[in-house]
Design a protein around this ligand. Structure first.
Ligand code: NAG
Ligand code: NAG
Ligand code: NAG
Ligand code: NAG
Ligand code: NAG
Ligand code: NAG
Ligand code: NAG
Ligand code: NAG
Ligand code: NAG
Length: 497
């Protein structure tokens, strides 16, 4: 079971009179962990480090146009001017031929768009854009350079430190093409470059940092796009090939592992990201929503599920009974009285199925279970990401252990509502926590989890995430199940009229 933890700070970023309240998340993992983030610095120090990281970026990208003297074709929008962007069309949405345009206005990710004669050189982690203006000066003159890490956790310096950096180079080679390095592979569709490093390996991050931003960024190409992937993993391609085939008609390129020169006439480097597991439809072409992303998943898994129906027929169940799926955990954050919960749910009138998803569980199988269910129940954790597999209009009950209220709402509750699920956050009482057996009833661990979280990430992780189990107060929980059952039945009856 992949474990997934988050921590947050509200940081007031005050620069040039602009007040931006932004949320800093820290994600740590037990397994599937590629990096480990030390969280021992006091907040203030962290805040300062974050700020200096930002200003450092601003220095790095500051106005190359003046240095090279080609102001017309070079754009780099910096966070400085554009942290709050209210433009309907995103920056760099129209880029003219022979130019590189970088939009660094988002706190979450940078993105650069290149148009013209684009050629990769993976051994130097570069992408060249050759131009042919009639300008006096040396051939192959370096005109402009941009650096970018194509991953969507820009505000986490420690995560970004592990991500490969690309250099985008604009070069003048006059009208001759001889001075340009040779193409090995020509592509007649655009490229989208992104990294599957960082926290890839945790299902929450795979959707939040990867697939949804990939959809946001590439959907407008209508599958006529090649994905060029940094820190490419075969397992990731295998795990998500159903989804990838709905986003692109072409085989993905392993950037680091393929040293051939790939040539394109348009490239997007980096991914746009809107919010936690969400899509802001007013920033999308055609007003696409998270519901449209859900529909992409549905099309993705349909062929495979069609086969599965023959390979593994579903256990026969009474179609009259609403189906309730429990996304179950062993160990930390397990439901200790799950057997009783199942019995109770069955008594109320549900057909109950239990899933124990882990890293190797085929997603199409999870999709199949959830797509045919009316209610999903689970304890806060990365596996809650599977709410994305539920049909809009169904019910998602997240059991929220002590000390996880903010993360449960931010990462799953809020996003689930945006998908159109009926969301219930069941915040447990101290008595429903295994911690109740370990601490005095007036201990802050039970009485004031926020103050414990304020002490630092190690405390949150050690106390609330790694060691807490849940013993549901069934009488209290029952009300929510009864109401959900009633809601589902009413919806069905309504649909029949
Ligand atoms: C863009 O530039 C490339 C090479 O620089 C050229 O081959 C192509 O025809 C140009 N496309 C347009 C639409 O001008
Ligand atoms: C591509 O990268 C390699 C390794 O850094 C370098 O030797 C070569 O000159 C680069 N090619 C171009 C066209 O810059
Ligand atoms: C470059 O200049 C030459 C002569 O000055 C002209 O014939 C040619 O069309 C120009 N090419 C471009 C791409 O502007
Ligand atoms: C580019 O080519 C034009 C003629 O096509 C020539 O006049 C000009 O000097 C060349 N520029 C450079 C930088 O060599
Ligand atoms: C590309 O990789 C292949 C296989 O690893 C190697 O034989 C070849 O020399 C490399 N070419 C360049 C230009 O680095
Ligand atoms: C969605 O995007 C629009 C336009 O970019 C912006 O004005 C609005 O604030 C965004 N909404 C949210 C909830 O972020
Ligand atoms: C997107 O939404 C806007 C505002 O709600 C509306 O004016 C526009 O027609 C919509 N576009 C599409 C393609 O649905
Ligand atoms: C999911 O359920 C809906 C409604 O029952 C159905 O139309 C759709 O085909 C299902 N999707 C898949 C992938 O099985
Ligand atoms: C968790 O425990 C159950 C019951 O003992 C078992 O069936 C399941 O395989 C376990 N799951 C994981 C992921 O360890």
């Amino acid at each position: 079971m992949v474990d997934h933890h988050q921590r947050h700070h509200h940081v007031q970023l005050i620069r040039k009179g602009v007040n931006v309240s932004t949320v800093i998340h820290h994600v740590d993992e037990e397994n599937g962990c590629l990096i480990s983030i030390k969280r021992s610095r006091p907040k203030l120090l962290f805040f300062l480090t974050f700020c200096s990281f930002l200003s450092c970026c601003l220095l790095l990208i500051s106005s190359p146009s003046s240095t090279f003297g080609f102001p017309l074709s070079l754009y780099s929008y910096e966070a400085e001017d554009e942290i709050i962007s209210d433009a309907k069309a995103p920056l760099c949405s129209s880029v003219s031929n022979g130019t590189i345009c970088c939009d660094r206005s988002s706190i979450r990710s940078d993105i650069c768009i290149m148009k013209g004669d684009i050629r990769t050189n993976s051994s130097s982690f570069s992408i060249f854009l050759y131009t042919s203006d009639n300008i006096s000066g040396d051939l192959n003159e370096l005109r402009h350079e941009e650096k970018i890490k194509p991953y969507t956790r820009k505000w986490e310096p420690s995560t970004m430190a592990t991500i490969d950096e690309l250099t985008l180079v604009s070069k003048n080679s006059n009208s001759t093409t001889e001075n340009r390095h040779k193409c090995d592979v020509y592509h007649d569709v655009p490229a989208v470059f992104f990294s599957t490093g960082g926290f890839t390996g945790n299902v929450y991050h795979e959707f939040n940092d990867g697939l949804i931003p990939l959809y946001i960024t590439s959907q407008k190409f209508n599958k006529k796009v090649v994905f060029v992937i940094l820190e490419y993993h075969d397992w990731w391609i295998t795990k998500y090939e159903d989804v990838l085939s709905q986003l692109s008609d072409y085989e993905a390129v392993d950037f680091n592992g393929d040293n051939r020169t790939h040539c394109f006439s348009e490239a997007v480097v980096g991914l746009r990201i809107h919010d936690e597991l969400a899509i802001n439809s007013s920033s999308m072409p055609g007003n696409k929503t998270i519901g449209d992303f859900h529909n992409v998943l549905d099309s993705s898994y349909l062929p495979r599920i069609h086969d599965l129906v023959h390979e593994e027929p579903e256990k026969t169940r009474d179609p009259e009974k609403p189906k309730l799926v429990i996304i179950s955990r062993n160990g930390s954050r397990a439901i200790m009285n799950q057997d009783l919960l199942v019995k109770m749910a069955e008594k109320i009138g549900f057909a109950v199925e239990i899933l124990w998803p882990d890293k190797t569980t085929e997603l199409a199988k999870i999709y199949r279970s959830l797509n045919s269910s009316d209610v999903m129940v689970g304890v806060h954790g990365a596996a809650m990401t599977h709410f994305l597999f539920m049909r809009p209009g169904s019910v998602f009950i997240q059991v929220v252990p002590l000390g996880t209220n903010w993360a449960a709402e931010t990462y799953y509750g809020g996003p689930a509502k945006k998908l159109g699920l009926r969301y219930i956050g069941y915040e447990i009482l101290p008595k429903e926590s295994s911690l109740y057996d370990e601490y005095e009833s007036n201990d802050v661990v039970l009485k004031d989890p926020n103050s414990v979280n304020d002490r630092g990430w190690e405390f949150t992780k050690k106390i609330y995430l790694d060691r807490q189990k849940v013993r549901l107060n069934l009488a209290r929980f029952r009300k929510h199940l009864v109401r959900s059952h009633f809601y589902i039945m009413a919806k069905r009856n309504h649909a029949q009229i």
